[in-house]
Design a protein. Structure first.
Length: 440
């Protein structure tokens, strides 16, 4: 049973939320982060990627960088850009993207629930990436980026969420980020609601990490480190919990996570396409008037639409079991043959079938986590990004049908792991809106 509790947040002062809120640190490399903070002195990215405050060439993993993150955060608190809540509360974090609304409950989750499997994962983590966030959290003495968790929706929590949004005085922030996503934050402070939320989650047997596996693993390891330093700990100390936002499954959307490869393993284009046909039906997509289009009868009609509209409507796979291939400046719609299907929660994933029947046997990519010949492109960037990479440094691209939230749950429930880069969640949670201090 899950232990979810309210907390005393440190959060942006009035008028600062939109200036502070930033995309997660791992969305950027260092140069992208430098560009993002330009002209944004209060951006939380200056704390999450503190190397941007130093000259180019500074080691992002040096002690001085982590100390800078600590000093910047607590100076902003001292300067009144953040406020400290005086009492425990839950919060609602609502994000609206392209008309779709998802609302999560901001809270603390138990590191013990992570360790005992109540909080389930579906991805492995890399030790080097964990170590960076361990040092960041430990030095800053706070968790600054929430972990994106999912739960099976229930009517009790749905009612509290709906009621809170209508209560006078509950709205704390309402702003649009540069990418057009609307962010609203509400405070839940009624004692009755606090108890109901905690009790309701105590009856939930499974919670799932949707996004933030490295942040979760790092937060847990910092908690275990602090337990070692405090052998008389009670289990109620702040370091026993990590910052989370819990979303109901019915509101979540997973985007495709696409692949590009840098060579065809010695095959020419025709040999590559012929190799696909051992396990897939391959359907060429006609090119008319310089645009990709299936079943088009009038070239003049093709000219009336923009290229990306064709990508979205005619090249993108439309059902499970399909994927599209871009090679030699043409798209092909592919569908796995029935004998490739499986009821196993991992073997039945399209990303796993691509690995098993295409990437490994045809292209010789046996370890996609480490093979430099493969790269991954999040669905938020569109299929044009796949084409662009094939024009620059890749020979072929694969557009995937998105993994479903039910598939994610099934893999996690089975105690299994997905192939790398199986899910891309949007919108991304912003860092800096909620801070959980580990030691008061």
């Amino acid at each position: 049973m899950a232990k979810i509790r309210p907390f005393r947040a440190i959060r942006p002062a009035e008028g600062y939320a939109d200036r502070i809120a930033a995309l997660p640190y791992d969305v950027y490399n260092t140069e992208e982060a430098r560009a993002a903070v330009k002209g944004c002195p209060d951006s939380f990215l200056r704390i999450d990627r503190a190397e941007v405050n130093f000259e180019r060439g500074t080691d992002p993993y040096s002690d001085e960088v982590y100390k800078k993150a600590h000093d910047l955060l607590w100076k902003m608190v001292d300067d009144g850009k953040f406020v400290r809540e005086e009492a425990d509360a839950y919060y609602l974090y609502e994000l609206t993207m392209d008309g779709r609304v998802q609302t999560g409950i901001v809270s603390l989750a138990s590191i013990d629930d992570y360790l005992n499997g109540v909080i389930k994962k579906h991805e492995n983590t890399l030790e080097a990436k964990e170590e960076d966030r361990i040092r960041h959290v430990d030095t800053v003495n706070a968790q600054t980026g929430p972990i994106f968790l999912a739960y099976r929706a229930n009517s009790v929590l749905r009612h509290i969420v709906s009621k809170t949004k209508t209560e006078e005085g509950s709205l704390l922030y309402d702003f649009k980020s540069l990418d057009g996503i609307r962010h609203r934050v509400f405070k839940i402070s009624s004692k009755e609601d606090l108890l109901t939320i905690e009790k309701t989650f105590s009856e939930v047997n499974e919670i799932y990490i949707a996004d933030g596996h490295h942040r979760a693993a790092s937060a847990v390891k910092v908690g275990l480190k602090r337990r070692e330093a405090h052998p008389g700990y009670t289990g109620e100390e702040e370091f026993n919990y990590f910052l989370s936002v819990l979303f109901p499954d019915e509101e979540l959307k997973i985007l495709d996570y696409n692949r590009v490869v840098k060579d065809l393993n010695g095959l020419d284009y025709d040999e590559f396409l012929a190799s696909l046909m051992f396990n897939c039906k391959v359907d060429p997509i006609l090119e008319l008037g310089g645009f990709a289009q299936r079943d088009a009868s009038d070239p003049r009609e093709a000219q009336a639409f923009k290229h990306h509209q064709f990508l979205e409507s005619t090249v993108r796979p439309t059902k499970k079991g399909q994927f599209s291939v871009y090679v030699n400046e043409r798209w092909y719609l592919c569908e796995f043959l029935p004998e490739c299907n499986s009821t196993d929660p991992v073997e039945g994933l399209d990303v796993q079938k691509l690995q098993k029947y295409v990437l490994e046997p045809v292209l010789g990519i046996s370890d996609p986590k480490r093979d430099p010949r493969i790269d991954f492109i999040g669905g938020i960037r569109g299929l044009e990004a796949v084409e662009d990479r094939c024009e620059v440094d890749c020979e072929a691209g694969f557009a995937m049908y998105p993994t479903s939230i039910d598939e994610l749950f099934a893999v996690a429930d089975a105690g299994r792991l997905m192939p790398p880069k199986s899910t891309w969640f949007e919108p991304k949670l912003r860092s800096g809106l909620f801070i959980h201090e580990l030691d008061y």
